[in-house]
Write a protein that binds this ligand. Structure first.
Ligand code: FES
Length: 105
């Protein structure tokens, strides 16, 4: 049986080097019950350490609200939302981006 793969497209923008934002595609092995935050952690730890998102600074309990973003166009908490096979992840407000999925508060 072949392994299930999550295809995720992530908003990328580093204002110190990029003129405009772009999307980068990643493939992540699916584990039943994994959250969007788990997917981001996997990418950061195994594929692309340049990805910026709220990780260790957050509570992972749905309390602090730091991991809010858009998942397939709908706002939600990355730590509390289950990953799906096809996802697009964006910052909540693109005009407030510090880097990738991290926004000014
Ligand atoms: S990390 Fe605190 S709500 Fe998601």
């Amino acid at each position: 049986m072949s392994e299930k793969i999550i295809h995720v497209k992530i908003f990328r923008f580093d204002p110190s080097v990029d003129k405009e934002h772009y999307y980068k595609d990643y493939e992540v092995p699916y584990i039943k019950g994994m959250s969007v935050m788990d997917v981001l952690d996997y990418i950061y730890q195994n594929i692309d350490g340049t990805l910026a998102y709220y990780d260790h600074a957050g509570c992972s309990l749905g309390i602090c609200g730091r991991c809010v973003g858009r998942i397939n166009g709908r706002s939600g908490l990355f730590c509390q939302t289950l990953a799906t096979e096809e996802m697009q992840l964006d910052p909540l407000y693109k005009d407030r981006v510090l880097k990738d999925l991290v926004m000014k508060r």
